[in-house]
Design a protein around this ligand. Structure first.
Ligand SMILES: Cc1cc2nc3c(=O)[nH]c(=O)nc-3n(C[C@H](O)[C@H](O)[C@H](O)COP(=O)(O)O)c2cc1C
Ligand code: SF4
Length: 520
């Protein structure tokens, strides 16, 4: 009997040696005469266990990890093909606390299915959303998305249904769906994981968006650093087309939609929607002034929906199970689930999808297990390089757009980067300014010039030169960047800088802050 073994083809697993593990398993099986089938799946998101392999046994799928090619001989000797005992045996992955505690909607199939198999996708509920969307028609789809309360997962949290309605109402002989898969935020990898582990879900989400707004063409814009995601997406697009789910008359319906994958060179600013459009048009990625909104004049000046991968991949579930089902998860105006990425100096890093409302402390300490170094946590930067440094005394903050905004912080794309007590937040603040100066598109003065002056100021502060006076100038500069920048790159760089300064003044050579726990 042929035994099926799953070895992830996820970029993280490959970086940790998954290809070599797959080769070693194939060679060992050949030598022992045991027929096996190796399926290259996505990652389950428990990244500290990668490469995590799974074997299909009578008891279900049994996982082992982190496996090195050198472990394979021992695994065969321990009878891993039938789920045998071994030091690396994890057991049933779905029973592992990291997975068992999650509410997986967007990531429900990731790591379970063969990402290249259309049949596997369908067998696990794929295209149920599109089937229902075809019965609802454009207005019905937008209504369902509105009911779900879905907000853009790319950073700004803008209501998806409003964006779609604007494009649906806009006049244009051609409309576009653009998927923002640039994923430039530090500590984020959810877009990549989905594209590598469940690419048909993104195709389905974009197709539903196309039907909703009357767009017949879509583009996935991603970066050159994501070759495995590009490969997986392009393969899935071909397969979907061959199965009548892309192209003319999708699934025999009157609707047509097709799509392509495009690669940018990897500039952070090309994740900003208008710079992305310029880059997609073959120009240098520079931010456009708004208005006009991309919804009115976007790609090639045509009405365009731009959504993040996670916004679009939430859509098939919303359509399949109903907007209300999705809206029943979450808190306040943050509805549904958020695929949160736990990274940095953390013991158990990975992808954790859960309903909004979980606290930062639960995520970092309970789920993430604290720091990898074992030292106390000092802070976490949430929401990418433009996000605030949140100190431990604010770890009761629930994952919710409004709760974060109230603390001058942001959820962004859901990335958390953990720092231990040895981190120097003044150096991190300098890094935020330097990042802005390197990545600035140069269109507006507060960001182009301000970030360079900011780096110079930070250097003087770190060197202990006229600290008090330079801190006043830095605060003033941050205010100018916040209020005067054309886009959020310049406008949000002050958040990591000022949060570091406000919460950890001693790192800047200023008097330490007195923390009143109860008053926070
Ligand atoms: C400097 C900068 C970088 C950004 N990078 C990304 C990105 O990598 N991915 C993303 O989806 N949105 C990014 N955004 C937000 C986009 O401009 C836009 O709000 C988003 O793609 C809209 O999709 P959504 O409504 O689904 O979130 C960035 C914004 C700025 C200002
Ligand atoms: S804030 Fe920076 S990145 Fe944004 S438009 Fe201005 S110069 Fe360009």
């Amino acid at each position: 009997m042929t035994i099926r073994i799953y070895v992830p083809k996820d970029a993280c697993a490959i970086a940790c040696g998954a290809d070599e593990v797959a080769e070693a398993i194939a060679a060992a099986a050949l030598a022992s005469g045991q027929p096996i089938e190796i399926v290259r799946n996505g990652s389950r998101g428990m990244l500290w266990l990668e490469p995590m392999i799974e074997v299909v046994t009578d008891q279900g799928r049994i996982a082992y990890g982190p496996v090195d090619a050198g472990d394979v001989e021992g695994l065969f000797a321990a009878g891993f093909l039938t789920g045998g005992d071994h030091a690396l045996r994890i057991g049933k992955p779905e029973e592992h606390p990291f997975l068992a505690k999650q509410t997986r909607l967007t990531f429900a199939r990731c790591g379970i299915i063969d990402p290249a198999s259309f049949e596997d996708y369908r067998a696990h509920g794929g295209y149920r959303g599109l089937e229902r969307a075809l019965t609802l028609g454009p207005a019905g789809i937008i209504e369902e998305v509105k009911t779900s309360g879905l907000r853009g997962r790319g950073g700004a949290g803008f209501p998806t249904a409003i964006k779609w309605k604007t494009v649906a109402d806009a006049k244009g002989d051609q409309k576009y769906i653009v998927c923002n898969a640039d994923e430039g935020d530090s500590g984020t990898f959810a877009d990549r994981m989905i594209m590598e582990g469940d690419p048909f879900e993104l195709i389905e989400g974009m197709t539903i968006a196309g039907i909703a707004v009357g767009a017949t063409k879509g583009y996935v814009y991603t970066r050159s650093e994501y070759p495995h995601a590009i490969w997986a997406m392009e393969k899935a697009v071909e397969v979907a087309r061959a199965n009548g789910m892309l192209g003319a008359n999708i699934a025999g319906s009157p609707y047509s939609f097709d799509m392509e994958v495009r690669m940018g060179a990897g500039a952070y600013v090309c994740g900003e929607e208008t710079a992305l459009l310029d880059s997609l048009e073959g120009k240098r990625g520079t931010v456009r002034a708004k208005p006009p909104l991309p919804a009115h004049k976007g790609l090639f000046q045509k009405p365009t929906v731009i959504n993040n991968v996670l916004s679009l991949t939430a859509v098939p579930h919303i359509l399949a199970d109903g907007g209300q089902f999705y809206a029943d998860f979450g808190m306040g105006r943050s509805r549904g689930t958020m695929p949160i990425q736990i990274a940095g100096n953390v013991k158990f890093g990975g992808l954790f999808e859960t309903a909004f409302g979980i606290t930062l402390g639960e995520l970092i300490n309970d789920i993430g297990g604290g720091t990898a170094t074992g030292k106390p946590v000092k802070a976490a930067q949430v929401g990418g390089p433009l996000g605030a440094y949140v100190p431990t005394w604010q770890f009761d903050l629930p994952f919710d757009y409004e709760a974060f905004a109230a603390k001058d912080a942001l959820i962004g794309h859901g990335g958390i980067v953990v720092f231990d007590e040895s981190s120097d937040l003044a150096k991190m603040a300098r890094f935020a300014m330097e990042f802005c100066s390197v990545e600035s598109c140069g269109k507006c003065t507060p960001c182009r010039i301000g970030s360079t002056r900011g780096v110079e100021l930070m250097d003087r502060i770190i060197a202990g030169e006229r600290v008090e006076a330079n801190l006043v100038t830095l605060t003033d500069l941050c205010q100018t960047m916040k209020l005067g920048s054309l886009c959020a790159l310049g406008g949000f760089t002050p958040y990591p800088v000022l949060s570091a300064l406000n919460h950890f003044p001693e790192d800047f050579g200023a008097p330490p802050r007195v923390v009143l726990e109860a008053a926070e």
